[in-house]
Write a protein that binds this ligand. Structure first.
Ligand SMILES: Nc1ncnc2c1ncn2[C@@H]1O[C@H](COP(=O)(O)OP(=O)(O)O)[C@@H](O)[C@H]1O
Ligand SMILES: [Mg+2]
Length: 726
């Protein structure tokens, strides 16, 4: 149990309403306040209604209430409508997030924001909320937007670990059906990732068996060991059949091959970028703020991908929940917006299985589940008929109304009532109390508007303490003396030795920052019927080359810390977020390119308007060519520097995840008279001409090593070897 404080806020007490713990969600058609009992939420709820009927608003009102009163929330957001719960302020001013709307409406941003603030203040006060509720929401709750396969919010990934749930063996003995369900769910999850559907029964049986063997014996499987097991299982029977009869070697090697793609393919690897969901952390208050965790699924390109992720996420929630103490009171809230496709009637996709499980155990663990969708035929009949709170909004067809009516066993008069509902009106039924009424959800405290753009998600996330990228130091594997001896040989071979004036300007171990990152963009394929496909890739570059990232002071700051950690290969230094660095560069570049485009456009117009004069036209043409060349040069510098493909659509281009690490180099600078040269060895003791060349060519890089860092490192960090010093 977590020790959340639950009380009805004083503004509600003043109104003479119930003093028990309750959520103020809106008002009834007779003008009385609508409160709901949070405990009633643990017997799941459904919300139906056409687009724009107010489903999301209603559910957000419940989320706001829950969070203010200390109940952490997990919200699954397929359409990006929930993230704007993060946009809130004590005076209801929502700039810069209201600026887009202002622009659409042709108003100035400031004027629009002021009008909006007045509207929100008035409407919000109408329901009897006081300032302390708003203050509670703004100061004691926090919205964290998690973005699988994207780094605009907190990146979140699936775990490639196939570790058994805790106490699996005990569970197998005490609750075998639950244990088997968990096994099956994990197996379907892996198979779906590998592109197998519900029909692949034997593959499913094989994976389940491999997992079971491993989990029972407490072995930790990984994707790699799973692949080995699939190719050569350590058992020879599957069910009643000999292994080869149950699943032939061809099917097995196909399965192994497809699983292997998960390990090798960059696109598949993107699933494993970011932190894995950890509900101990996600549901924990940070600095006294109750978290509202929004999982924005828009970064996942395919429907099937979204489903696989949701299955995984809910599975993790389920594992986690089964390890918590039981309780009747509402402890956590799960909201699933636009749930259609995830819990369909008739079919049994794994997402439905896990949702059903969650619904089944929710009461025992104090988990409230709310699901919203347009059409009652989108979800399984059992889900509808067992729901405790039902909210039916405006529906577009008679057929839909009839379906809800029968689904919820409502009387025939309900048909009439539902068909007259307007926007933001719901027919509300509390099943366990047999009550029903027409309600309107209250006005929200947060800014309700269309889906957030990626850069807005970024802004909203940036305000929060982000999980920082860790920096790895790859230690020098070769003892320095070996390098030094080697260096001597090299110098002799190159004929550099001889004159007495020869000097060592410096010899040192220098750590250079590298960036490893993945990216994504869409591209058109096919000659006739152009198809948009998502392309992904991965690059690793030296972050100090001018074309890549400039000489980022943040990167250099870390260098010294890294050197201190030199000896431990696993050492990590918490540092800058490398994706952030890349994105800054990208934004800069986009700005530059757009400037060029604009210039080209202006020049083109001038040229058109100037039909007669040949000389002017010629000069304009030359100017245009020059600008176009500049533009492509800019782009080339960037794309070559970061090792990106030459043709990408910048508008859809996105960095997914970056990793910053440092590689040590042993560098010697020799000089005689005015001549000087660098000898560079990499961490395995091989001479690295690329870095040496870069030092010769790139002045900034050279200066950096020679002046600032070199001096510092020599004196402070690396004991200078005297072997070659005169
Ligand atoms: N802050 C707010 N509080 C309550 N209702 C709002 C707010 N902002 C807009 N609305 C209303 O909510 C409706 C949109 O509801 P929404 O929940 O997005 O629909 P649905 O999720 O059913 O498609 C609009 O009719 C709009 O008038
Ligand atoms: Mg909605």
């Amino acid at each position: 149990m977590n020790g959340n404080v639950r009380y009805a806020s004083s503004s509600r007490l003043k109104k003479g309403e119930k003093t028990v713990w309750e959520f103020l969600v809106g008002h009834k058609s007779d003008g009385t306040v609508l409160t709901i009992d949070p405990t009633g939420l643990t017997k799941h709820s459904v919300v139906f209604g056409a687009t724009g009927s107010g489903k999301t608003v209603l559910c957000k009102a419940i989320i706001e209430e829950a969070a203010v009163q200390g109940v952490p929330v997990l919200a699954i957001d397929p359409k990006g409508d929930i993230g704007c719960l993060a946009i809130r302020s004590l005076d209801f001013r929502f700039r810069p997030f209201s600026d887009v709307e202002a622009k659409l409406l042709g108003r100035t941003p400031e004027e629009y924001a002021t009008g909006l603030a007045t509207e929100y203040r008035n409407k919000y006060a109408e329901e009897g909320h006081g300032d302390e509720d708003l203050e509670g929401f703004v100061k004691r709750t926090e919205v964290r937007i998690y973005t699988p396969r994207s780094s605009s919010g907190f990146p979140v990934s699936m775990s490639p670990r196939l570790a058994p749930p805790r106490d699996f063996v005990k569970m197998m003995a005490e609750e075998p059906s639950l244990a088997l369900d968990l096994l099956e769910l994990k197996a379907s999850n892996i198979l779906r990732l590998a592109g197998y559907g519900e029909e692949s029964k034997v593959q499913h049986a094989l994976i389940t068996k491999i997992l079971e063997e491993a989990w029972r014996s407490g072995h930790e499987l990984t994707l790699e060991t799973l692949i080995q097991e699939v190719s050569a299982p350590s058992f020879d029977k599957l069910g009643m059949l000999e292994l080869d009869e149950a699943i032939g070697t061809r099917d097995r090697s196909e399965l192994a091959r497809r699983l292997n793609v998960l390990v090798t393919d960059a696109g598949a690897k993107a699933w494993f970028i970011g932190e894995t969901p950890d509900f101990d952390k996600w549901f924990r208050k940070s600095q006294g703020r109750t978290p509202i965790c929004v999982v924005d699924l828009r970064g996942i390109p395919s429907e099937i991908g979204k489903q696989v992720f949701v299955e995984y996420l809910l599975q993790e929630l389920f594992y986690w929940l089964t390890r918590q103490e039981g309780t009747q009171a509402l402890q956590y809230l799960l909201y699933f917006d636009e749930v259609h496709g995830y819990c369909p009637p008739v079919r049994e996709p794994p997402s439905k299985k896990i949702l059903m499980h969650l619904i089944h155990v929710s009461r025992a663990y104090g988990l409230g589940i709310i699901m919203a969708t347009q059409n009652p035929s989108d979800v399984d009949y059992k889900v509808i008929s067992n729901a405790n709170f039902r909210f039916i909004g405006n529906l577009s067809t008679r057929q839909d109304i009839e379906r809800v009516r029968t689904g919820l066993s409502l009387g025939s008069d309900a048909f009439q009532t539902i068909s007259t509902l307007r926007t933001r009106q719901f027919y509300h039924q509390v099943f366990d109390q047999g009550e029903s009424s027409i309600i309107t959800p209250r006005w929200l405290m947060s800014y309700h508007r269309g889906p957030l753009e990626a850069k807005e998600v970024k802004m909203l996330t940036a305000g929060l303490p982000a999980p920082k990228t860790s920096v790895r130091a790859l230690p020098l594997l070769v003892p320095e003396e070996a390098l030094v001896r080697e260096a001597e040989k090299k110098r002799i071979k190159r004929g550099f030795l001889g004159g007495t004036e020869e000097r060592y300007l410096f010899q040192n171990t220098v750590y250079l920052p590298y960036l490893e990152f993945s990216y994504r963009y869409s591209a058109k394929k096919g000659l006739v019927s152009k198809q948009t496909v998502i392309q992904e890739g991965r690059s690793a570059v030296l972050a100090l080359k001018e074309v890549d990232l400039g000489f980022q002071p943040e990167l250099l700051e870390l260098t010294s810390q890294v050197s201190e950690e030199e000896l431990d290969p696993r050492s990590v230094v918490v540092g800058v977020d490398s994706t952030e660095l890349l994105n800054q560069r990208l934004t800069e570049l986009k700005g530059l390119l757009y400037d060029h485009d604009e210039k080209l456009e202006t020049l083109a117009k001038q040229s058109e308007g100037n039909g007669e004069d040949d000389a002017t036209r010629k000069s304009l043409k030359e100017h245009m060519e020059y600008v176009a060349k500049q533009r492509s040069f800019r782009w080339k510098l960037f794309s070559d520097g970061l090792k990106l493909p030459s043709k990408i659509d910048l508008d859809t281009f996105e960095f997914l995840e970056g990793n910053l690490f440092y590689i040590p180099y042993y560098i010697i600078k020799l000089s005689r008279d005015r001549e000087s040269r660098y000898l560079v060895w990499n961490r395995v003791g091989k001479e690295d001409e690329t870095i040496a060349d870069e030092l010769m060519k790139n002045r900034k890089f050279r200066d950096l090593l020679e002046t600032r860092r070199a001096a510092k490192l020599r004196s402070e960090l690396v004991p200078t070897s005297n072997a070659l010093q005169r």
